[in-house]
Design a binder for this molecule. Structure first.
Ligand code: FAD
Length: 539
């Protein structure tokens, strides 16, 4: 197969133009073209009046080698890479050794568990929260009735933090081994929409994520994996610098020599336990800010002009960055087109915002985190876990500013820029549940962050006209943008100082988002498997 990149055609091109474009690019007659399929489809909206579809195509031709010779060195024509996933090891049929343990069922833990199971190593997968159906009810409990379940919420439970999300599946990670293809293929097998295999910015949406997570559990179980919910790991047994087992709340001990630690960025008690046990942990940068809500129609119009609402384009997204004069960088984070802002705390009497959407992305508002980067050396120095205290203080203050009942504190963008409290909503109604308490957001974050964001909104307005509109709504606080700690690992994926412990995913500081966490899960599963069969040197 040949791969053609950057084949561009007008947005509303007739289907047969694609074939004509292939023939033109390869300069071959029709009879030499055996077939082709779309590997990826994106769009280029830099010129709003002439939006282009941009294709990557895999093409079957009569004499592939001759064409490869003819186009040698020509950009955007080459051999289709082999993207098939191959297991690095297989458990012996008689595998009866200690089973590997995976802690966490977010995308990282799900993939670590799935791959280990597919290789025959029968992992035990432990999750502090509940199975996804029950978890969904508990999560809605906070949004509808202001009742938080500290072990079953947006952050904790089957599926991990991304279950109630937009399900965006793109990432900037380098992926020379094409692990991402395996991730997407497994998602599709588990009922994700097949188009995620070829659209350039795939997303799944909350309802489908829930079904998908259940289907992936069933597949893992069919290969001998075992899931245990409401099974919080509260301690590790470490002997002579080697992991020997995990201890569950309630006292049960599971003996094991291999533990994948995929606990996500909100497992603050688990980070404390790791620190107390002497596992090497260091502070890492993350970001803080607010969620901003605008009418989706404003974003669509700004990005797509007359093509706003076109079915192939869907609801428009955006990515914004501003380098403020006080040295801080302000940027958009986890933008959710046509979605809702959600209450995302896992701890009582704290308020945290985030965003989600359904597959259709047809809610009235676009929302995005607008956040400011912070670093341990400058903003929370002195202790590896100081970032957690910093987050907690902001989340508690947000709870108070919101009125102490899980409402989020909010302010209109116009008032925020002008530095005066808001008293009533205008044309944009916020989607955050249980509710938004209007006032002044300035006391909710450090002054440098407020200053940088006040400067950023007018700058963003120059990129998306209307972005600094008076009535757009801000809700706070966005603090769980990534992990405040890194559980550092060596090149063999094992902890710096505890053999057999494999820190993984977002919580350990090795991923940011669903896709990269899933990819990291695969990498770590491979490292565990090689260690189990005594081939650690093969990594
Ligand atoms: P997590 O998904 O956080 O999973 C960790 C799991 O470990 C949890 O289920 C937790 O209960 C469990 N756990 C923790 N401690 C223990 C313990 N001691 N014992 C047993 N189990 C434990 N990313 C995207 O790419 N696209 C999006 O659209 C997107 N939207 C998001 C929307 C929301 C509302 C949120 C909260 C996040 C969103 N994210 C999104 C981020 C994404 O969810 C995370 O990057 C991703 O889930 C990280 O995966 P993970 O497996 O490393 O950790």
């Amino acid at each position: 197969m040949l791969r053609l990149n950057e084949v561009t055609l007008p947005l509303d091109h007739p289907e047969e133009d694609l074939k004509a474009a292939v023939l033109a690019r390869l300069q071959i007659p029709e009879q030499d073209l055996l077939g082709f399929n779309i590997f990826r489809r994106g769009h280029d909206a830099r010129r709003k009046s002439a939006i282009l579809l941009v294709y990557t195509l895999d093409v079957e031709v009569r004499d592939e080698e001759a064409l490869l010779r003819r186009f040698q060195g020509v950009a955007n024509i080459g051999r289709t890479p082999d993207m098939e996933y191959r297991f690095v090891a297989q458990a012996p049929a008689s595998f009866g050794g200690k089973r590997p343990v995976v802690i966490g069922t977010g995308p990282c833990g799900i993939f670590a568990g799935l791959i280990l199971a597919q290789m025959g190593f029968k992992p035990i997968i432990l999750e502090r929260g509940k199975a996804v159906r029950e978890r969904t009810q508990d999560t809605w409990g906070l949004w509808r009735k202001r009742v938080l379940q500290p072990e079953s919420n947006v952050q904790f439970g089957e599926g991990g933090a991304g279950t109630f999300s937009d399900g965006k599946l793109y990432s900037q990670i380098k992926d020379p081994k094409h692990y991402g293809r395996k991730v997407l293929a497994e998602f599709v097998k588990a009922y994700a929409p097949p188009e995620i295999l070829y659209v350039s910015k795939p997303h799944i949406g909350t309802f489908r994520l829930v079904k998908m997570v259940q289907a992936m559990r069933a597949t893992t179980e069919s290969f001998g994996g075992e899931f245990r919910f409401q099974s919080k790991v509260v301690d590790l047994n470490i002997e002579d610098g080697r992991i020997r087992g995990v201890v569950l709340e309630g006292g049960e001990v599971i003996d094991t020599d291999h533990v994948v630690l995929a606990v996500g960025h909100s497992a603050r008690d688990t980070f404390q336990m790791l620190y107390d046990r002497g596992v090497y942990v260091e502070a890492k940068p993350f970001s803080i800010g607010f969620r901003a809500e605008h009418p989706q129609s404003l974003i669509d119009k700004a990005r797509f002009g007359k093509f706003a609402g076109h079915p192939l384009l869907g609801a428009a997204d955006y990515k914004l960055v501003h380098h403020a004069s006080n040295g801080r960088t302000v940027y958009s984070f986890c933008m959710c087109p046509g979605g809702t802002v959600v209450a995302a705390t896992s701890e009582p009497n704290r308020v945290v915002t985030n965003g989600m959407s359904q597959y259709s992305r047809n809610e009235r508002n676009a929302n995005s985190g607008i956040v400011v980067g912070i670093t341990p050396a400058v903003d929370y120095p002195g202790h590896p876990l100081a970032g957690i205290d910093f987050q907690r203080a902001l989340e508690s203050r947000a709870f108070e500013l919101g009125g102490g009942n899980y409402d989020a504190p909010g302010q209109l963008v116009g008032d925020f820029i002008a530095g005066r409290p808001s008293t009533e909503f205008g044309s944009v109604l916020p989607s955050y549940k249980p509710g938004v308490h209007l006032g002044d957001l300035a006391p909710s974050l450090p002054e440098y962050a407020i200053e940088a964001m006040r400067e950023a909104f007018p700058a963003f307005d120059r990129q998306i006209r209307g972005y600094a509109m008076h009535d757009a709504v801000l809700t706070g606080v966005e603090t769980r943008t990534s992990s405040p700690v890194r559980v550092k690992r060596q090149d063999n994926f094992q902890s710096m100082n505890v053999k057999g412990l494999f820190p993984a995913g977002e919580g350990a500081g090795y991923a940011g988002g669903i896709f990269s966490a899933a990819v990291d899960g695969i990498k770590v599963a491979e490292a565990v498997a090689l260690s189990l069969v005594g081939r650690e040197d093969a990594q």
